[in-house]
Design a binder for this molecule. Structure first.
Ligand code: COA
Length: 329
C-alpha cells in the first residue's frame, strides 16, 4: 500500500429528476400537512423520477457530469461502484448497466447495498484502490429511486423520500484529499428500517404484494434517536485521530434524513448549523445513498467548499450502517 499517495475527489456530478412533488401535493394523497412535514422534517419538496426512468438512468446522468468535471472520459475509469438499495433489478448489477450505458471498457463494476451510508462506503472502497496503486480513477455513484419502494398510502414514510443521483471520480491529488475514514454497522437493529419482501426470505408473490411488503417499513422514532447518537459518534471517530475538533471543520456535509436530526448532531459536535452545516433536505428529502453525494456536489457547485477547507461527510442508514470521512479540499 502506497500510504503517501493522496486520494481525493477529482470530479463531481449530480442529477435530480425534473418532477417536483411538494408538500401541498402530498396533502392531496395522504392525511398530512405542509406545516407538519416542514416542522417535523424540514422537507418542502422532493424530486420524483418520471415513469420508466430507472436508477441506472439517473446514475448515468450524474456520472457523465462527474467525468466531465474531472476532464476524463469513460475510457479513463478503471472501476465503477454504484451504491443503491433501489437497483434497476436484482441482477445484473446497476453498475454493469451503467458501464454499458457509459460505454466504459471491460473494467470491474459492482453494486454495494449500504442504504443511506452507501456513498461513504463507496468512497472508502475507492480510496483503498487508488491508494494502493491498483487503479488511477474510480467512479463512485450513489443513485436511488426511493419512489419505487415507497408506500404512497403510508404518511409516516411517503413524505420523507425522494429520487436522485450523485457521482464522484476519485483519483490521486497533489495536496489534501481524504484524511480519515470511519465506517460501522449494527445488524442487530436491522428491523428498524427494511423492505421485507422480494428477497430469498420472502420471494415476491401475490400475497406479499397485497400485503404491501415491497415497500420500505420504518420505525421512525427509534431510528431518530440512533441517527443522532451514531452520526455524532461517527463524526468524532473520524476527526479525533486527526486531532480535529468541531471548530476545525469548515463544513459538515451530512446525509439528509431529517433537519431535526442534523441540528441535534451539530449541537453535539459543537458547530454552528447556520455556518457549518450544509443542508438541502428542504429541496430533495431523503434520497438514501444519493443524499450525501448530491449534497457534496451541490456544496462545491455553490462555492461552499473552498480549496484548503476541511470538510466532514457523515451518513447513517438502514442496516444499521454509518460512515464519516474527513477530506481536505
Ligand atoms: N403528517 C401528519 N402526521 C403524521 C405524519 C405525517 N406525514 N406522519 C406521522 N404523523 C403522526 C403520527 O401518526 C403520530 O400521530 P399520533 O401521535 O396521533 O400517533 C404523530 O404524527 C407523531 O409521530 P412520530 O412518528 O412520533 O413523529 P416524529 O416526530 O418521530 O417524526 C419522522 C416522524 C419519521 C419524521 C421521524 O421519526 C424521523 O425522521 N425519523 C428518522 C428518519 C430516519 O432517520 N430515517 C432513516 C435513516 S436514513
Amino acid at each position: 500500500m502506497c500510504t503517501n499517495v493522496k486520494v481525493g475527489f477529482v470530479g463531481l456530478g449530480k442529477y435530480l429528476p425534473e418532477n417536483r412533488l411538494t408538500n401541498k401535493d402530498l396533502e392531496k394523497i395522504v392525511d398530512t400537512s405542509d406545516e407538519w412535514i416542514v416542522a417535523r422534517t424540514g422537507i418542502k419538496e422532493r424530486r420524483i423520477a418520471r415513469e420508466g426512468e430507472a436508477t441506472s438512468d439517473m446514475a448515468v446522468n450524474a456520472a457523465r457530469l462527474a467525468l466531465k468535471s474531472a476532464k476524463l472520459s469513460a475510457r479513463d475509469i478503471e472501476l465503477i461502484i454504484v451504491a443503491t438499495i433501489t437497483p434497476d433489478m436484482f441482477f445484473p448489477s446497476t453498475a454493469c448497466i451503467v458501464q454499458e450505458k457509459l460505454g466504459a471498457p471491460k473494467i470491474p463494476a459492482f453494486d454495494i447495498s449500504v442504504a443511506c451510508s452507501g456513498f461513504m462506503y463507496g468512497i472508502a472502497i475507492a480510496n483503498q484502490f487508488v491508494k494502493s496503486g491498483t487503479y488511477k480513477h474510480v467512479l463512485v455513484i450513489a443513485a436511488e429511486k426511493m419512489s419505487s419502494v415507497t408506500d404512497w398510502k403510508d404518511r409516516s414514510t411517503c413524505v420523507l423520500m425522494g429520487d436522485g443521483a450523485g457521482a464522484a471520480v476519485l483519483g490521486k491529488v497533489a495536496d489534501g484529499g481524504i484524511l480519515s475514514v470511519y465506517l460501522g454497522a449494527d445488524g442487530t437493529k436491522g428491523n428498524l428500517l427494511k423492505m421485507p419482501a422480494g428477497g430469498s426470505r420472502m420471494p415476491a408473490s401475490i400475497s406479499t404484494v397485497e400485503a404491501g411488503l415491497h415497500y420500505l417499513k420504518m420505525q421512525g422514532n427509534e431510528l431518530f434517536r440512533h441517527a443522532v447518537k451514531i452520526m455524532a459518534e461517527a463524526a468524532l471517530k473520524a476527526t479525533e485521530p486527526l486531532g480535529l475538533k468541531g471548530e476545525d471543520i469548515d463544513l459538515v456535509i451530512p446525509h439528509q434524513a431529517n433537519l431535526r436530526i442534523l441540528h441535534a448532531v451539530a449541537k453535539r459536535m459543537g458547530i454552528d448549523p447556520e455556518k457549518k452545516l450544509y443542508l438541502n433536505i428542504n429541496k430533495y428529502g431523503n434520497m438514501s445513498a444519493a443524499s450525501s453525494a448530491v449534497a457534496l456536489a451541490e456544496a462545491v457547485e455553490e462555492g461552499r467548499v473552498k480549496k484548503g477547507d476541511t470538510i466532514l461527510l457523515d451518513a447513517f442508514g438502514a442496516g444499521l450502517t454509518w460512515g464519516a470521512i474527513v477530506v481536505k479540499w
